[in-house]
Design a protein around this ligand. Sequence first.
Ligand SMILES: *[C@@H]1O[C@H](CO)[C@@H](O)[C@H](O)[C@H]1NC(C)=O
Ligand SMILES: *[C@@H]1O[C@H](CO)[C@@H](O)[C@H](O)[C@H]1NC(C)=O
Ligand SMILES: *[C@@H]1O[C@H](CO)[C@@H](O)[C@H](O)[C@H]1NC(C)=O
Ligand SMILES: *[C@@H]1O[C@H](CO)[C@@H](O)[C@H](O)[C@H]1NC(C)=O
Ligand SMILES: *[C@@H]1O[C@H](CO)[C@@H](O)[C@H](O)[C@H]1NC(C)=O
Ligand SMILES: *[C@@H]1O[C@H](CO)[C@@H](O)[C@H](O)[C@H]1NC(C)=O
Ligand SMILES: *[C@@H]1O[C@H](CO)[C@@H](O)[C@H](O)[C@H]1NC(C)=O
Ligand SMILES: *[C@@H]1O[C@H](CO)[C@@H](O)[C@H](O)[C@H]1NC(C)=O
Ligand SMILES: *[C@@H]1O[C@H](CO)[C@@H](O)[C@H](O)[C@H]1NC(C)=O
Ligand SMILES: *[C@@H]1O[C@H](CO)[C@@H](O)[C@H](O)[C@H]1NC(C)=O
Length: 415
Amino acid sequence: MRLLSPVSGSKLVLVLIFLFLGAIQSNALKLNLTDSKGTCLYAEWEMNFTVTYETTNQTHKTITIAVPDDKVTHNGSSCGDGQNGAKIMIQFGFAVSWDVNFTKEGSHYFIQDIKLSYNTSDNTTFPGAVDKGVLAVKVPEKFEVPLDVIFKCNSVLTFNLTPVVQRYWGIQLQAFVQNGTVSKNEQVCKEDQTVTTVAPVIHTTVPSTTTTLSPTSTPIPPPTVGNYTITNGNTTCLLATMGLQLNITEEKVPFIFNINPATTNFTGSCNPQTAQLRLNNSQIKYLDFIFAVKNGKRFYLKEVNVNMYLTNGSAFNISNNNLSFWDAPLGSSYMCNKEQVISVSRTFQINTFNLKVQPFNVTKGEYSTAQECSLDDDTILIPIIVGAGLSGLIIVIVIAYLIGRRKTYAGYQTL
Ligand SMILES: *[C@@H]1O[C@H](CO)[C@@H](O)[C@H](O)[C@H]1NC(C)=O
Ligand SMILES: *[C@@H]1O[C@H](CO)[C@@H](O)[C@H](O)[C@H]1NC(C)=O
Ligand SMILES: *[C@@H]1O[C@H](CO)[C@@H](O)[C@H](O)[C@H]1NC(C)=O
Ligand SMILES: *[C@@H]1O[C@H](CO)[C@@H](O)[C@H](O)[C@H]1NC(C)=O
Ligand SMILES: *[C@@H]1O[C@H](CO)[C@@H](O)[C@H](O)[C@H]1NC(C)=O
Ligand SMILES: *[C@@H]1O[C@H](CO)[C@@H](O)[C@H](O)[C@H]1NC(C)=O
Ligand SMILES: *[C@@H]1O[C@H](CO)[C@@H](O)[C@H](O)[C@H]1NC(C)=O
Ligand SMILES: *[C@@H]1O[C@H](CO)[C@@H](O)[C@H](O)[C@H]1NC(C)=O
Ligand SMILES: *[C@@H]1O[C@H](CO)[C@@H](O)[C@H](O)[C@H]1NC(C)=O
Ligand SMILES: *[C@@H]1O[C@H](CO)[C@@H](O)[C@H](O)[C@H]1NC(C)=O
């Protein structure tokens, strides 16, 4: 039997580049199954099948069946009982059908039994075919996906299951959607991850002034220090001076992003118990630093929210309102010259440089006495403590020596 010609390497790369640029106008299949709460299964994807079949004149014929959205029905697709029986069933004409099942197990579910059925009796789809009735090819693998994430895969996934090659791409899928809304958390297939790690390499060979995100492998310069001042009416109520570097580790290669104060706007607000500093620029929709007062005596950085675009255009949205950084007494400022790491989430950290902040009780628009971070303190304090300890010891020895001498001297005199 003649083997199917695989998608050639250059063709695949081209397709991937087009996908990366979002240049391909898609024929995507879309399915939004709902129940009483809203969406219960969401899927968007593209697929085509290359089928080789036997013809009546003893040869083989190979055809590719593209499956456009406007020509299919979804009869039989269902969310099941929320545990099992969730499935997608697609019919394309009368000759081709395709289904997949989803089975929930703990905090994951499995995508399994991906099956293509085709009816060789249908002479319009399979001209000249030997009538073998309905044939089916099943993908033998199953795929595990965590609950409450939207699975995305732009790369072409190819399953070569002679006599059929199945190809899937542009996938966005969430089965067992909870509470009627598709999740904002994404899981990207590993095939896409290699695509995006290759891309920055292309960027670095073509010097570009607009590339602000860079992989960690290239040395990262420290960020420029910016002054951010918030006023309440005419009086300055919040002061912040800092160099900011964002570190996003959504994928295997972290993206490091220096905030350029010259191209960054800032706004904010001051209230008795809370103060906010919000930065934004062309790439960052907002980056919020929210400060709070603790026990009426101290302030601290309580919350960080970020909503920004990554290089590939997808949104990155992280919040944490349970932080505890930059703690200092009210009426003073907080300072840290050393690089400090503010860990906001597992995938997002902010590295600060030459930091000084005062979110409350600013007088005359100037910083009050600073409480310094332990990173700075250590280096200054340790020599002082050691120095103070040593000089104290020397003084004690000298005094003891002098007292000792006087005693012996006095002893001589009484005799
Ligand atoms: C089938 O899909 C592959 C991968 O996207 C694509 O390269 C090929 O051109 C498609 N074939 C047809 C006939 O649509
Ligand atoms: C799908 O269902 C519709 C009606 O719900 C019906 O008209 C159509 O023939 C069905 N298609 C297939 C392929 O069974
Ligand atoms: C997948 O769903 C179909 C249709 O409901 C069913 O016939 C088949 O047994 C299911 N497969 C598994 C493994 O559950
Ligand atoms: C396969 O196609 C033939 C011809 O169109 C039709 O008569 C037959 O019922 C189909 N078989 C099935 C299982 O759909
Ligand atoms: C067999 O049939 C195909 C079309 O069905 C035709 O293109 C081909 O020339 C035929 N081969 C022979 C040897 O008749
Ligand atoms: C769905 O709603 C329930 C109850 O309202 C809540 O406990 C659960 O965390 C929600 N799940 C998601 C994924 O939002
Ligand atoms: C920030 O403000 C301080 C004091 O107001 C000033 O000394 C410093 O030069 C300013 N830095 C920048 C980058 O504007
Ligand atoms: C970025 O974060 C990752 C994971 O937390 C860490 O391993 C890496 O050293 C960080 N890089 C920088 C430059 O901070
Ligand atoms: C962009 O990259 C992020 C991770 O860095 C990933 O979560 C997201 O799905 C990607 N978006 C696209 C459209 O490839
Ligand atoms: C970002 O996340 C916050 C809370 O986590 C949410 O309220 C907000 O709607 C999200 N924004 C976008 C654009 O997804």
